[in-house]
Design a protein around this ligand. Structure first.
Ligand code: CTP
Length: 214
């Protein structure tokens, strides 16, 4: 059905010194289930680009990266051929300005680490998106969730946004179950709390229906 599918997954890992890094709690389960579901349905060849995770799908092309910049470069070399791109990765928003080649010593009671913003890969992809490409993003919001989601959808030129409302009852990160909303330019669909494999199936239903319209 699709010429190529790109799915990004997992966290990125931004090194500080030889033993330390900045990262986040993403397990990589959402991306993993999206890849497994696409494989099960034989939707097309999959390139799975992932930060460090245990969840690596079998029988698909896997490209393992660490940093946001590496992830961006890996996507860049496959983007043109893809007609579905799903950014399920939790890309680190910032990285250390400097990489310290020697392990930092705890010489002072306080220390300041200067961070620099990583490129917003999804935003860049949205700018280069062509008519035959479907771009799917994820968002984690805690307040004004629908207004923020609609703004993101427009700003990043997305076809679909998987919106997580983060709360104590729904931590979303590093767990098996999740409650999400599927946000499209023409409306919002609430999914009940369910496991991530089931959510992946419903996300693919939505993408396949979007592809049928274009
Ligand atoms: N993303 C990306 N590059 C980044 C940061 C995020 O491509 N440097 C992608 C993620 O893969 C995800 C989406 O953008 O699909 C998340 O968007 P983001 O704006 O970072 O959303 P939040 O995490 O909800 O963060 P915030 O509203 O704080 O910006």
């Amino acid at each position: 059905m699709f010429k190529k599918i790109i799915i990004t997954s997992g966290p990125t890992l931004e090194p500080i010194d030889p033993v330390r890094f900045i990262s986040n709690r993403s397990s990589g389960k959402s991306g993993y289930h999206l890849a497994m579901e696409a494989r099960k349905r034989a939707l097309g060849p999959i390139t799975f680009i992932t930060g460090p995770t245990y969840y690596l799908p079998a029988q698909v092309e896997v490209i393992q990266v660490e940093t946001a910049l590496e992830m961006r470069a890996a996507i860049g070399s496959h983007f043109r051929q893809a007609n579905v791109i799903i950014m399920a990765a939790a890309v680190s928003d910032y990285r250390s300005l400097k990489y310290y080649p020697d392990k930092l010593k705890k010489n002072n009671d306080r220390m300041t680490l200067e961070l620099v913003k990583n490129p917003d890969i999804l935003l860049e992809l949205g700018r280069h998106k062509r008519k035959n490409q479907i771009l799917v993003g994820f968002a984690a919001e805690t307040e004004d969730i629908f207004a923020n989601a609609q703004n993101k959808l427009i700003a990043k030129n997305l076809d679909l946004l998987v919106l997580n409302e983060i709360s104590e009852a729904n931590p979303a990160f590093a767990c098996d179950q999740n409650q999400v909303y599927l946000v499209r330019p023409d409306g919002v669909r609430k999914l009940e709390k369910m496991n991530k494999a089931h959510i992946a199936a419903l996300i693919w239903d939505e993408i396949v229906s979007l592809a049928g319209r274009s």
